[in-house]
Design a protein around this ligand. Structure first.
Ligand code: CAA
Length: 381
């Protein structure tokens, strides 16, 4: 574990207690039933964890991305779905805080920072996943605002969120024709499609978000027309750090469970921990987790000192989510037969790991981002 300051230790301890009391007892049940508990989110908000990086004047805790990463790691040890809900809702707040007008910030941030409400990010569509700038949802200019038409897919917290950041086309094809809007639940013409039946993250609802002649006033557009793609990409640079932190928390929990189990399970008259084959697996798990954590913290630190680095953020997301997949798969292996059953949580960890390699830009997209940066660095002069 990397060094933490006093505040970070305090935040972490507060979250451990909260998660053990309020989240852990329900996770198996809620995963099975695909249930999200708004009261858990609201209580996290009351403790200051739902708008950690947002300025205090808008109700946030005004802390750093390093502090936020430590908090998300802790929540993810108990529940990846709640960690992701907090992560995406905070990304929405960061968009409003970074690109919104003073009026937009005052109007839309306080209910999000307090945790009374959840934010959702609407970029992906059926034919615009990795190729995000191919999106087809339109925002047609009319008097006083825009009329949105189209369907967004795979929206985390779709249906339970109240504030949606929506990327829609106001102009030409490609990234330059995209604008971004703030749309509130309850706006006529906004509706939700079916809830996806997912392999993991079952506690976090994922839905289609549908716009049918949905009128959004001018004062809910962020920045100028055509600047929406940059808004989305800049937000994802931060989202990739926080998804990385979530992956580290999940991996750490999988290792914790594996070591405890390996020390207690006897086979051939000795704890299975004493077999070198398993020791090597657990040593590799520990080493990969620490490497991932260091990358996440470095990406966060660079952001915190005002030198955000897209390449390091992609390193962090790529490394930590690939590690989560490997570590949780190995955890199931260490548990053996029971690891494959719902008697122990490691099968859930493995299911929750998979989509971390897909969301906020697939790990193939992370490699594209990294390679483009390499090309820039090596062809500078
Ligand atoms: N910050 C600011 N601007 C950026 C930027 C960034 N990080 N990245 C790109 N841009 C700008 C570029 O400078 C360029 O502008 P100019 O033409 O003025 O220079 C413009 O945006 C277009 O950039 P590219 O040419 O690089 O765009 P591209 O079409 O080649 O796409 C891509 C690049 C990296 C593949 C991008 O499409 C991408 O990230 N795709 C993945 C999408 C994604 O991550 N989706 C996640 C969905 S949300 C989610 O999963 C959340 C959840 O629910 C958990």
């Amino acid at each position: 574990m990397t060094n933490m300051n006093e505040l970070q230790v305090e935040l972490k301890n507060q979250l451990t207690k909260f998660c053990l009391d309020k989240i852990e007892p329900f996770m198996e049940h809620d995963d099975e039933r695909e249930e999200f508990r708004m009261d858990i989110f609201t209580e996290l908000g009351a403790l200051g964890f739902c708008g950690m990086t947002i300025p205090e004047k808008f109700g946030g805790a005004e802390l750093t991305y390093t502090d936020f990463s430590i908090a998300l790691e802790e929540i993810a040890k108990y529940s990846v779905p709640y960690a992701v809900t907090v992560s995406v809702s905070t990304m929405v707040q960061a968009i409003i805080n970074d690109f919104g007008s003073e009026t937009q910030k005052k109007k839309f941030l306080p209910t999000l920072t307090s945790g009374e409400e959840i934010g959702a990010f609407c970029l992906s569509e059926s034919s615009a996943g990795s190729d995000a700038s191919a999106l087809k949802t339109t925002a047609k200019k009319v008097e006083g605002g825009y009329v949105l038409n189209g369907t967004k897919l795979w929206i985390t917290s779709g249906g339970i969120a109240k504030t949606y950041i929506v990327m829609a086309r106001t102009g030409e094809g490609g990234s330059k024709g995209v604008s971004s809007f703030i749309v509130r639940d309850g706006t006529p013409g906004l509706s939700f499609g079916k809830k996806e039946k997912k392999m993991g993250w079952r506690t976090s609802p994922t839905r289609e978000v549908i716009f049918e002649n949905c009128f959004v006033p001018d004062d809910q557009r962020l920045l100028s027309e055509g600047e929406g793609f940059k808004v989305a990409m800049a937000a994802l640079d931060k989202g990739r750090i926080t998804i990385g932190a979530t992956a580290v928390g999940l991996s750490q929990r999988a290792l914790d469970e594996s070591v405890k189990y390996a020390l207690s399970r006897q086979q051939f008259n000795q704890p299975i921990f004493d077999f070198q084959g398993l020791q090597f697996m657990m040593a590799d798990m520990a080493c990969e987790i620490e490497a991932s954590r260091l990358l996440v913290h470095e990406a966060a630190r660079l952001y915190d000192i005002g030198k955000p680095n897209q390449k390091i953020a992609s390193f962090a997301k790529l490394k930590s989510t690939d590690t989560a997949m490997k570590v949780t798969t190995d955890a199931v292996q260490i548990f053996g037969g029971v690891g494959y059953t719902r008697e122990y949580p490691v099968e859930r960890f493995m299911r929750d790991a998979k989509v971390l390699q897909i969301v906020e830009g697939t790990n193939q997209v992370q490699r594209v981002v990294i390679a483009r940066q390499l090309k820039k660095e090596y062809t500078k002069n």
